[in-house]
Design a protein around this ligand. Structure first.
Ligand code: ADP
Length: 440
């Protein structure tokens, strides 16, 4: 301000001095006035430059003006820079927040009080079949045209979610999306969506499993209680009594086998993958399982199956011997149970050039039609239901085999054609094979 006053004073004095020099009083007054007017003009020019810059100039380069206007420009520049930095900061925080929302495994959609889409993440766009950019400001009801969803929004009770078909409703199983609206400030809505297809599938599987187990147990239980009733109500001779007791023991045995298989499966599912500290001789294990298969053949067909051990040296395997025993026994017992008397069952290990190993169990039984092959390892899936029951099958054998093989990083292959027998092959990766024994 002092400089401004000094400038004005200097110009007035200079004008007056010029008047004194000119030798007239009126020139002196006129000169002083002209000096003052010149200062006003200069000052207005500087003010104009500063105002124009404030109106839209580059914030970092204020106009090069002197006097108080330079100070005004500098202070405005600093204030502008501070505001710009704050705006950039807020923008960056908003971006980070939106990135976090994008990373959410749930769909997030922000809606205004009149159901217009304000923002949505990619997951929500996929769930609801909308375009996160193109559909902004569209009314959600116009885009998600599911009657259940429309009714949910109209009812206005958002205490729970609503389930709607997802975009991929053609996939198997059809996609299901759970959507819930959460109102927040000033009538705005946060809408969360999540894919519940797997959850529902697990729930369906659980229900099917319980229904299957109940069904499997109900049949022998009904037979058992029937015999108990008969024995209680009818006077039986010794021969009938012992025949009924034999049949009852058979049903009890059937339930016991089922419970054992269920326990085996639940142990396989609930325990950690077998470590690599235990190694065992797969050849010796196969011999044990072959002996068991011979005993089974004896019971079912008076030993009328030909059981042959084929291939060369068997490997040492790394993993759980108990689990492998279950798997190999199940394959051999299936081969014996489904192959009619007089048929042949062959089994053998071979070591592969890549260090892995393979066990093949083949039979000359009835074979399996191609449409059944992909489902054979499902729990309780049976092709020949009556043969399975007659021979004490639980429908869980191949599910157990598959589990054991997968837990050891291997693969189960099934090749079969009706009338041409079946070959079940277990491939074991090199990491689970330690060395070979002396061979068969
Ligand atoms: P199950 O206890 O009924 O034998 P599995 O899970 O072991 O149950 O086998 C599933 C179904 O696969 C069997 O019910 C049977 O129909 C079929 N199957 C399994 N092994 C053979 C085989 N070697 N030959 C023909 N069919 C087989």
């Amino acid at each position: 301000m002092i400089r401004r006053t000094l400038e004005l004073g200097a110009l007035v004095v200079a004008g007056a001095a010029w008047g004194v020099y000119a030798g007239s009083f009126s020139f002196t007054v006129g000169g002083a006035l002209a000096g003052a007017l010149l200062w006003v003009g200069l000052d207005n020019l500087r003010a104009g430059l500063v105002l124009r810059w404030l109106g839209g100039g580059e914030p970092s380069t204020p106009p090069a003006v002197s006097s108080v206007w330079a100070e005004v420009g500098e202070r405005a520049r600093k204030a502008l820079l501070k505001l710009t930095r704050q705006a950039a900061d807020s923008e960056m925080r908003l971006q980070k927040f939106l990135e976090a929302m994008q990373a959410s495994p749930n769909g997030v959609t922000l809606l205004d009080s009149t159901w217009h889409i304000v923002w949505c993440n990619l997951t929500a766009a996929q769930h609801l079949g909308i375009d996160g950019k193109r559909d902004l400001q569209q009314i959600i009801k116009n885009l998600v045209r599911d009657p259940g969803f429309t009714a949910y929004l109209t009812a206005g009770d958002f205490s729970g979610p609503v389930e709607i078909p997802g975009r991929d409703y053609l996939q198997e199983p059809p996609q299901r999306i759970s959507v819930q609206v959460h109102p927040y400030a000033e009538g705005r809505m946060l809408m969360l969506s999540r894919d519940v297809t797997a959850l529902q599938q697990a729930e369906t599987m659980r229900r099917d499993f319980v229904a299957n187990v109940s069904h499997e147990i109900r049949t022998p239980l009904t037979v058992l209680s029937g015999f108990v009733e008969t024995m209680q109500n009818l006077p039986l001779d010794e021969a009938d009594r012992s025949r009924y007791l034999g049949l009852m023991a058979q049903q009890a045995q059937r339930m016991q086998t089922l419970v054992n298989d269920l326990l085996t499966l639940s142990r396989l599912e609930g325990s950690p993958v077998p470590g690599t500290s235990e190694a065992f001789d797969a050849g010796e294990l196969l011999d044990v399982a072959m002996d068991e298969a011979r005993a089974l053949s004896e019971v079912l067909a008076q030993g009328a199956h030909q059981l042959v051990r084929v291939f060369g040296p068997a490997p040492m395997l790394v993993g759980s011997r108990n689990e492998w025993h279950s798997a190999v026994s199940n394959l051999l017992s299936n081969a014996v149970r489904y192959t009619p008397a007089g048929g042949q069952v062959s089994a053998g290990w071979r070591v592969l050039p890549d260090g892995g190993a393979e066990l093949a169990v083949s039979d000359t039984g009835p074979g399996i039609a191609p449409e059944h092959l992909p489902r054979l390892t499902e729990r309780f899936y049976r092709v020949d239901r009556s043969r399975s029951r007659e021979t004490g099958g639980t429908g869980l054998g191949l599910a157990i085999v598959k589990h054991v093989v997968q837990r050891h990083g291997g693969q189960l292959r099934i090749e079969s054609r009706p009338g041409k027998g079946s070959v079940f092959t277990i491939a074991v990766p090199a990491q689970r094979v330690r060395a070979t024994d002396k061979g068969a």
